[in-house]
Ligand binder design. Structure first.
Ligand SMILES: *Cc1c(COP(=O)(O)O)cnc(C)c1O
Length: 321
């Protein structure tokens, strides 16, 4: 299944490229849709097909996307006999490239649905339908969103791979990973790798202007924002103001006490935020997580500076039409 999942990737699947003596780029965007989500989604496509076949079952995947998820899911599941994909996306808020990747698929099992609103509106619709358990069962609804543990698990692998390759090449024994974050899925996989014993020094959570997670890791206060407060930025896959995987970090923070997790989300419901400011120092000391926010101008300057200093950009150029 892994051979089949990664057949369309370059040799080695995840190539590492040194930018300078201290910085290495982990090439997670080499799959069929050029999004890191291919890493997990292509594997999930294989696992789903295998499981459905064995159980003689079918599945209707219902999803919400701000860009990369939808495209990666559709490319992983297109043409699969026992799966249909229904993907909600915010109208006019995806990049033209992502729109083309999704809306040009003509496989009979792929259905694109544009919603007037932002990503969170799409996600709320999906959550509502998935919360109707009778409907969900009757319609064989499933999800491949970023809380899907098969995705988190598949993503854990490349932290080990990158650590092994980078330490081979550079002679370090401890590395930090900087992870562009939205739903807290990718960095959670790194966090789990660290919990499993991989010597990761810091996990650096990188946010764009929609920086609820940076705010949380700096202050200990988590205050999700409304759709109206969510900006449309030049990195739409990170335009998320309510992070779906944060519960899993909080669970570790509170010593795996489910009652305290529920308590935090009760606070959130009642007052619009929860407050772990008293535990703030543990985020970095115990769990190694730090964070920061970039602006559009920061990102352009960084891309330009790296390109000018090294001549390096993506390892793979997007296919032309
Ligand atoms: C999905 C995505 C993110 C956010 O990843 P999370 O796992 O949701 O934190 C960041 N950048 C790109 C390019 C993405 O596709």
């Amino acid at each position: 299944m892994t051979d089949a999942a990664y057949a369309d990737f370059p040799d080695g699947v995840v190539p590492l490229r040194a930018i300078d003596d201290d910085l290495t780029l982990v090439g997670l965007s080499e799959g069929p849709t050029l999004a890191f989500k291919d890493m997990a989604m292509q594997f999930l496509g294989q696992v789903l097909e295998y499981t459905l076949e064995r159980n003689d079952a079918v599945l209707n995947i219902l999803g919400a996307t701000s860009g990369d998820t939808g495209s990666a899911a559709e490319h992983a599941l297109r043409g699969k006999e026992r799966v249909a994909v229904f993907m909600l996306s915010p109208q006019g808020r995806m990049s033209a490239f992502q729109r083309a990747q999704m809306f040009s698929l003509d496989d009979a099992n792929v259905h694109n649905i544009a919603v007037e609103g932002v990503f969170d509106d799409c996600q709320n619709l999906v959550k509502k339908l998935a919360g109707d358990l009778d409907f969900k069962r009757a319609q064989h609804l499933g999800a491949v969103n970023s809380i899907n543990l098969a995705r988190i698990t598949a993503q854990t692998v490349y932290y080990f791979w990158a650590w092994l390759r980078a330490t081979d090449a550079g002679g370090w024994t401890e590395l930090s990973f900087t992870v562009p974050s939205g739903n807290f899925g990718n960095i959670l996989s790194g966090f789990f790798a660290k919990q499993m014993g991989l010597p990761i020094r810091r996990l650096v959570l990188a946010a764009n202007e929609n920086n609820v997670l940076d705010e949380f890791f700096r202050t200990g206060i988590y205050r999700p924002r409304s759709a109206a407060q969510t900006l449309a930025t030049s990195s739409p896959s990170m335009d998320i103001s309510k992070a779906s995987n944060l519960e899993r970090f909080i669970f570790e923070l509170v010593g795996r006490d489910p009652a305290r997790v529920v308590g935090a989300w009760d606070d959130l419901e009642a007052q619009g935020y929860f407050d772990f400011s008293a535990e703030r120092e543990r985020f970095v000391e115990e769990f190694g997580i730090v964070s920061g926010t970039s602006t559009h101008a920061d990102r352009l300057a960084t891309i330009r500076a790296v390109y000018e200093a090294t001549g390096k950009s993506s390892t793979r150029t997007p296919p032309t039409a």
